[in-house]
Write a protein that binds this ligand. Structure first.
Ligand SMILES: Cc1ncc(COP(=O)(O)O)c(C=O)c1O
Length: 455
């Protein structure tokens, strides 16, 4: 009965909105007692069911307190954005629809919205009009999908159909990465049979960007994986120069722009992103800096036919479907309708709103860097985007400062090892972070530093 949904959804609304209202007054990292209370979930598999209300009350009652407050404004861990209010609302409606956008026939609304989201993304990122767009769980799978398209295209040139014949006996593809390649690109390469070790590694500069003078000769059997946004420093590889060099040679240029590609919107970074549209494939996450809910990665390629060649599926029972349906643009057949939230985010922010959100996060990162430097930290990266890598004292002292900040509940960031230093890593990726949040977080760091360094 339709009323069956009324009470659970009303209760979910009450719990969820209470959670989001209280998040700014909750510790950013959950307290140990809240984590210990998760034991409440350790029940035996029930033989008989229970009331929906009881399940939702348990979920909120014990689950909410042990979440990490990445929806709040002082979470600076990994590269995790919040989710814009409109995207949470759109997500709820899309969940009520429970559609899979495999093809137009299975969900006209969701496929339409994904098409529009794809068109707007092409326009925002100034990519060619015929760019094919696919939606995946995240950048890991978007990288996988793009590299599968590259594998298809390069081997097809050599007369080899990799989807049918596999890789045994196939002509060799030379794969180039930088020594700062993200682990998930390596994972994608390994899943595709390229091997993590069978790659040429180009050295990087002090900020972690691929050195153009280290790029070896390219040819039409070369796949070069570049990066826009180093996960530590935010560094952007010289993509335009590499793409121009590759264009003459016929090599495939891929850009892992999981978060950094959004930087293309900023006038201050124009030079870094010049000619990115010449790249053969690019990847960006919506769940990072576009601030949509998890999960949503996006793959885009100038070679839509190569993407379909790698990902396309045909079967007699799919005969009503058109070429290039969403299921042919990514690895999954059934999946949630991610484009709904991308559409909602882009529609609510508009081009200008998105640009200002990205710019604001970068400004906050600069304030973090300046504030930390004033406290005696050494800033180990050029703050080109939203990332700050900082260190002070011994490895034990920096680790203790990070831990004390976590215990204070004021904000949260992770640790890293960068260019020989144990360091902390701050990423400003949420629409919600304000100047006051940065000042409050700097004060928490100053207090932790005082306790550890004693001055
Ligand atoms: C540069 C880069 N590539 C890929 C990824 C993987 O993204 P996801 O977690 O969405 O799969 C990340 C995640 O931080 C990243 O920073």
């Amino acid at each position: 009965m339709s009323e069956d949904y009324d009470r659970p959804l009303a209760l979910a609304h009450t719990h969820a909105t209470q959670y989001l209202r209280e998040i700014e007054n909750s510790p950013v990292y959950p307290r140990p007692d809240a984590i210990a209370a998760l034991e409440a979930f350790d029940e035996p598999l029930p033989l008989h069911g229970s009331a929906d209300q009881e399940t939702l009350d348990l979920l909120h009652g014990k689950g909410s307190a042990a979440t990490v407050a990445s929806m709040g404004s002082r979470y600076f861990g990994f590269v995790v954005g919040g989710a814009l209010p409109v995207t949470v609302g759109a997500n709820w409606i899309a969940t009520a629809w429970d559609q899979t956008p495999s093809s137009f026939i299975s969900s006209p609304t969701c496929v339409k919205l994904e098409e529009i989201a794809g068109r707007w993304l092409r326009e925002l990122l100034a990519l060619p009009e015929h760019t094919g767009v696919g939606m995946t769980t995240g950048a890991t799978m978007a990288n996988f999908t793009a590299l599968a398209a590259a594998r298809h295209a390069l081997l097809a040139r050599a007369g080899w159909n990799v989807e049918e014949q596999g890789l045994y006996g196939a002509p060799e593809i030379k794969v180039i990465v930088s020594d700062e390649v993200h682990v998930t690109v390596e994972k994608a390469l390994s899943m595709l049979g390229f091997g993590k070790k069978r790659v040429t590694r180009v050295p990087t500069d002090d900020n972690g960007a691929m050195r153009f003078d280290g790029v070896p000769g390219l040819d039409d059997m070369t796949l070069i994986c570049t990066q826009a946004g180093n996960v530590n420093s935010g560094a952007i590889d010289p993509i335009g120069a590499i793409a121009r060099k590759a264009a003459g040679a016929g090599a495939w240029v891929h850009v892992d722009g999981a978060f950094g590609l959004w930087g293309r919107l900023l006038a201050r970074r124009e030079a870094d992103f010049q000619d990115v549209e010449l790249a053969d494939s690019v990847v960006v996450d919506a769940h990072k800096w576009l601030n949509t809910p998890y999960d949503c990665g996006i793959v885009m390629t100038r070679h839509a036919e190569a993407l379909q060649g790698a990902m396309g599926t045909v079967a007699p029972y799919l005969k009503e479907e058109k070429k290039g349906e969403p299921k042919d643009m990514g690895p999954e057949f059934s999946r949630r309708a991610r484009g709904v939230e991308v559409w909602a985010a882009l529609r609510s922010l508009g081009h200008a709103g998105l640009k200002s959100m990205i710019g604001r996060c970068c400004d906050h990162a600069q304030v973090f860097a300046d504030g930390l430097r004033a406290q005696g930290f050494e800033i180990l990266n050029d703050v080109v985007l939203n990332q700050v890598v900082a260190t002070i004292g011994t490895p034990e002292q920096i680790a203790e400062i990070r831990r004390l900040v976590e215990v204070s509940g004021e904000c949260w960031f992770g640790s890293t090892f960068w260019k020989g230093w144990d360091a902390v890593r701050i990423s400003v990726s949420s629409w919600r972070t304000t100047e006051e949040d940065v000042e409050r977080s700097l004060a928490a760091i100053a207090e932790a530093r005082r306790q550890v360094m004693g001055d």
